[in-house]
Ligand binder design. Structure first.
Ligand SMILES: Cc1cc2nc3c(=O)[nH]c(=O)nc-3n(C[C@H](O)[C@H](O)[C@H](O)COP(=O)(O)OP(=O)(O)OC[C@H]3O[C@@H](n4cnc5c(N)ncnc54)[C@H](O)[C@@H]3O)c2cc1C
Length: 306
């Protein structure tokens, strides 16, 4: 039986990444979770998502970049994405990762690169979400986000918090003081028990508590989950507290629980779909398998079917 930790471990293996991404054969396996390799393919996927009543967030797949030139190419890609969003009139913002912009090389480089993208988004009346990565970069990510938020507005740049981290309730309170727009998710990396709750029950309980704090804050936040229990808890809390549907949004990943995405949109909730695209799909794809190892059989079955 392949475990979550084993799949997350494999997601970080460079050798496997190079092997898998070189062969078109493997690419075919990814189509359920990844919208294609080019901006145009992602735009086409987002048009369809918009047609289903949902908004989107572009994610150009890449992380842990260790060459400065490559981080600059990532900035150029995002500037192009923002231009495409404007020109095609699709309903989408963008999500970025700071290790994609050089956080593992130099924090100032990551800050400068992220700043360029946020400034471009602001000039186009769009919004940048800074994704949260492993706990080794949580503090650095929050520090850079706070700098960006100091220079730009509440509706220009937002952050992500992960309910599996023990520190998250404190971080949420600190971020709300700024204030900041937060995407709440459970967390997708393999973390030691000192920093993250090992028990799913505690992760879920923390999720509900942080969700309640966010929804009560009066700021527009993103509740990112496919878990019907978390969704029901959010809907029930909002109804009980008289928080209107348009005061927050649900968020889900491309290709996961499309039925639930459509149901929530039909029920009048704001629903945003996170749309990853690009050549560097390997770590993202492996994390999706890790969340639900049954997906391995799902993708293999589709693959064999042709
Ligand atoms: C919009 C969005 C943005 C995110 N951004 C980040 C981020 O910045 N940083 C970060 O660490 N994590 C991020 N994540 C991932 C997140 O942390 C979780 O790993 C992921 O969402 C699975 O958790 P869950 O809340 O869906 O609940 P889980 O308890 O994992 O799953 C609940 C149910 O959802 C369904 N489900 C969940 N995952 C899958 C899957 N892969 N395939 C099929 N069904 C599935 C299953 O029915 C499962 O029983 C993001 C998730 C979303 C939706």
């Amino acid at each position: 039986m392949i475990t979550r930790s084993a799949l997350i471990y494999l997601s970080g293996r460079e050798g496997l990444k190079d092997f898998a991404t070189r062969f078109a054969l493997f690419k075919k396996l990814t189509t359920r979770f990844i919208a294609g390799e080019s901006i145009d393919e992602a735009v086409a996927a987002i048009r369809e998502i918009n047609h289903r009543g949902c908004s989107a967030s572009f994610d150009h797949l890449n992380e842990s970049v260790n060459s400065e030139a490559e981080t600059e190419a990532e900035v150029r890609e995002y500037l192009e994405v923002l231009q495409h969003i404007d020109e095609t009139h699709i309903d989408s913002n963008v999500s970025i990762k700071l290790t994609q912009f050089g956080l593992d090389i130099d924090r100032e480089l990551a800050y400068r690169n992220a700043r360029q993208v946020v400034a471009e988004a602001v000039s186009r009346h769009n919004f940048v979400r800074v994704d949260m990565e492993g706990s080794n970069v949580t503090q650095a990510t929050l520090d850079i986000f706070k700098r960006l938020r100091g220079e730009f507005g509440l509706n220009d740049v937002g952050i992500v918090l992960q309910s599996y981290l023990r520190r998250t309730m404190d971080d949420a309170k600190e971020m709300l003081k700024i204030p900041a727009r937060i995407r709440l998710c459970k967390g997708a990396y393999d973390e030691p028990p000192e920093v993250a709750f090992p028990d799913k029950h505690d992760v879920d309980e923390n999720y509900v508590q942080v969700m309640q704090l966010l929804l009560s804050s009066g700021v527009y936040h993103g509740i990112a989950t496919h878990d019907p229990k978390m969704i029901d808890a959010t809907v029930a809390f909002a109804q009980r507290e008289g928080i209107p549907k348009e005061a927050f949004e649900f968020q889900m990943l491309y290709g996961i629980r499309r039925d639930l995405q459509e149901q929530l949109a039909r029920d009048g909730y704001n629903m945003r779909v996170y749309v990853p695209y690009g050549k560097h799909w390997y770590p993202y794809f492996m994390r999706r398998l890790a969340e639900r190892p049954a997906n391995i059989w799902f993708v293999m079955k589709n693959f064999l079917k042709g």
